[in-house]
Design a protein around this ligand. Structure first.
Ligand SMILES: Cc1ncc(C[n+]2csc(CCOP(=O)(O)OP(=O)(O)O)c2C)c(N)n1
Length: 322
């Protein structure tokens, strides 16, 4: 898990670099949230389904999605599974990851429907759906959680409360004392967990996944964490939060914390840590070099994969494009 957290951090750092070089259109880093994402994904079986947003690098890495595929997604070249559509998002059914929504929280309903379909077919797979604190103010949150409770959907709602929805702080998002408490109204358990503690996130999710798998219905997990990075590469967080606050959370960096625990256990030291960072840097750097050689996507892909077969007006546009 520690390795995956570090790899996610290095990967995100590289993608921001590529964005600054003008090679990636926009990027949403998960810096500071690696424990919440990696810990929770580790609680799944490989055949369980993940519904991410745009801030779950660690989930793709923990799922062993090849880095080439993630990079091709960002560079929108050759093997990009979404062929240049929907920058920021990732999805690939081969890895049981369902592409996130553009409109915040829209996947809270579709993930529940998906989980109910699995239950209806008698499968014992579980759906883990990620979302932010901002998503809980959408109607989709109420609709999704309500029907999941009523129908006992095998779904785990994993809210990464990273304290901000772009510039809106948590206290501007809800008058509730927490996100977790909202589960009470839907008739199932809500758990608040330290989102910067990878083992706590793993354990809470593991319990929720087991409950879902054995017919116990949904759970809402609120992982309390902090977005150390800007919302996206198009954001300037200095306009809405104090540097001192960010620095305070940097001291609680989930990666430093996990490293400290490994060192206390006597299985890790600064030498192994430097080695790991070097290895991740080299790995991501070398994969980028490979993917940069991939052919550019053809312009026509913007009109593909929207409908099962292209309706007349898109066929006409395709003609014009040709
Ligand atoms: C319905 C809708 N409204 C607004 C936006 C613009 N938007 C994109 S991300 C975002 C913030 C979401 O915050 P949160 O759910 O807390 O997730 P985080 O970005 O913090 O991970 C907003 C307002 C959108 N994509 N969809």
């Amino acid at each position: 898990m520690y390795r995956d957290m570090v790899l996610a951090r290095v990967f995100d750092t590289w993608m921001v670099r590529l964005q600054r070089m003008g090679k990636v259109a926009a990027y949403t880093s998960s810096e500071g949230q690696e424990a919440a994402v990696v810990g929770s994904t580790y609680a799944l079986r490989p055949d369980d389904w993940i519904f991410p947003t745009y801030r779950e690098t660690g989930a793709y890495i923990a799922r062993r999605v090849p880095l080439e595929l993630l990079i091709a997604r960002q560079l929108a070249v050759g093997p990009d599974p979404l062929k240049g559509h929907e920058v920021l998002l990732f999805g690939d059914r081969r890895y049981r990851i369902v592409t996130g929504p553009g409109p915040v929280a829209a996947h809270l309903c579709t993930s529940v429907g998906f989980a109910l379909a699995a239950k209806h077919r008698g499968e014992d797979t579980v759906v883990l759906v990620y979302f932010g604190d901002g998503a809980t103010s959408k109607g989709d949150f109420n609709e999704g959680l309500n029907i999941a409770g009523v129908m006992g959907a095998p779904v785990v709602f994993f809210c990464q409360n990273n304290q901000y929805a772009i510039s809106v702080p948590f206290k501007g998002q809800t008058a509730s004392e927490s996100i977790a408490v909202k589960a009470v109204a839907y008739g199932f358990e809500g758990v608040r967990v330290d989102g910067n503690d990878v083992m706590a996130c793993f354990e809470a999710t593991f319990k929720a996944v087991e409950r879902a798998r054995t017919g116990g219905g949904p759970t809402l997990i609120e992982a309390v964490t902090y977005r150390l990075a800007p919302h996206s590469t198009a954001d300037d967080p200095s306009r809405y939060r104090a540097n001192s606050e960010v620095e305070e959370w940097r001291r609680r960096d989930p990666i430093l914390r996990a490293r400290g625990e490994l060192e206390r256990m006597g299985v890790w030291d600064s030498g192994s840590d430097r080695g790991l960072y070097d290895e991740c840097e080299r790995l991501v750097g070398s994969k980028i070099e490979i993917v940069e050689e991939e052919p550019q996507l053809q312009p026509r892909v913007i009109l593909e994969d929207i409908y099962f077969s292209n309706p007349w007006h898109l066929a006409e546009e395709l003609d014009t494009l040709r």
